[in-house]
Design a protein around this ligand. Structure first.
Ligand code: NAD
Ligand code: TDX
Length: 340
């Protein structure tokens, strides 16, 4: 299928100091020399300006602010060709402990951005998650497609689903020039230590036993964050307006298998971990069918060797202790209070 190429010169990246957003900013600076990036980030507990501090100042500007600040958003959007929206409250466990910031940032924040994009007729790409589709059974041969009905399980995923719905409505009713992507679980550098893979790696560096929820059989569909970035760029520049694209790299693995790969890399015994309290409402399995993205836009993931990607990620956390150390103690204190 032929699609027109959109060539933005100046983009706003919300949440560009978080895990996936900052990896995307690195990707754009490296791969797209003519593009200027304005990062809009509130620098919550999950945002770290260090993630993009090494990038050239004439290519990347950081604006510290809230996506719910309509005046600020209006000004930044009026000066841009496109908005790529990553900013979110992103952690399921936090959304169970306190859903309130999820409602505000994920729903109200998205509303604020799409209103500004509508007013200034600016192209908008909405970054979302496969969790909006709920979960699949372990023995179900099916995978999620763009046609799968929404069935979110957690406060986090229900607010992401709500934000997707707002974008769809703005496309249909107001002609917003938008695309949506729903990606599976990312891993790679700069991921917060609250998330599964970095939590276990940094526990092992600290000589603490990793923590596995429930029976450890929950399946996640892992993709390297670099492949997520290349997919988002393909959709932003060549995707069809109003369309949703699922992003995945055929990386299904259950949690205990991933944990045992990490334990092995540290030379530890396969059973050297603690079983802890399960997450309430814990989704069983996610699996993405990304045929539409591959067929229509010719995208292919490059970083499909999970063992190699994991080894690189472990090496990154070993080499960058000063990056994660400040967040570790408070994160583990939160988990301890939850019995996890
Ligand atoms: P993250 O928690 O690491 O980063 C979120 C960033 O958003 C932080 O820099 C934070 O400071 C910023 N932010 C939060 N609230 C804000 C606000 N009100 N205003 C401005 N900035 C704010 O998240 P992540 O894991 O990088 O996820 C990024 C996006 O990708 C999210 O939209 C998430 O739903 C989506 N996603 C994540 C995954 C995954 O595996 N992590 C998978 C699919 C989709
Ligand atoms: O200590 C742990 N032990 C454990 O067994 C942690 C932190 C998690 N888990 C399990 C829960 C999940 O089955 O590991 C799996 C992955 O957990 P998370 O890293 O919290 O990710 P998940 O809940 O799957 O959501 C992630 O992927 C989809 C991101 O956090 C979301 O932002 C994204 O939308």
């Amino acid at each position: 299928m032929t699609t027109e190429t959109f060539e933005p010169k100046s983009i706003v990246v919300t949440g560009g100091c978080g895990f996936i957003g900052s990896n995307f900013v690195h990707h754009v600076v490296r791969e797209r020399p003519g593009v200027h990036v304005t990062v809009l980030d509130k620098l919550t507990y999950a945002g770290n300006p260090e993630n993009i501090a090494c990038l050239p100042a004439d290519r990347v500007e950081l604006v510290v602010g809230d996506i719910c600040d309509a005046e600020l958003v209006d000004r930044l959007v009026s000066e841009a060709d496109a908005v790529v929206h990553y900013a979110a409250e992103s952690h399921n466990d936090n959304s169970i402990a306190d859903p309130s910031p999820f409602l505000k940032t994920n729903v109200r924040g998205t509303y604020t951005l799409i209103e500004a994009c509508r007013k200034h007729d600016v192209r908008y790409h909405h970054v979302s998650t496969d969790e909006v589709y709920g979960d699949l059974a372990l023995d179900d041969p099916a995978r999620f497609t763009e046609e799968t009905p929404y069935r979110p399980s957690s406060p986090y995923s229900s607010t992401k689903a709500a934000s997707d719905m707002l974008v769809r409505a703005w496309v249909r009713t107001f002609g917003l020039r938008a695309t949506i992507s729903n990606c599976s679980n990312n891993y790679g550098p700069y991921q917060h230590v609250e998330k599964f893979i970095p939590r276990q790696i940094t526990n092992l560096i600290d000589g603490v036993r990793p923590k596995l929820y429930g029976d450890g059989k929950n399946v996640r569909d892992w993709i390297h964050t670099e492949d997520h970035s290349s997919a988002v760029w393909a959709i932003l520049t060549r995707g069809r307006i109003g369309e949703t694209y699922l992003i995945g790299a055929d990386g299904e693995r259950d949690n205990i298998t991933v944990l045992r790969e990490i334990l092995k890399a540290f030379g530890r015994d396969a059973d050297d971990f603690d079983w802890v309290r399960d997450r309430p409402g814990h989704d069983r399995r996610y699996a993405i069918d990304s045929t539409k993205l591959r067929r229509e836009l010719g995208w292919e993931p490059q970083r499909i060797d999970f063992a190699a990607g994991l080894a690189e990620t472990i090496a990154w956390y070993r080499a960058n202790e000063s990056w994660w150390r400040p967040a570790k103690e408070a994160t583990e204190a939160r988990y301890r209070a939850q019995g996890q």
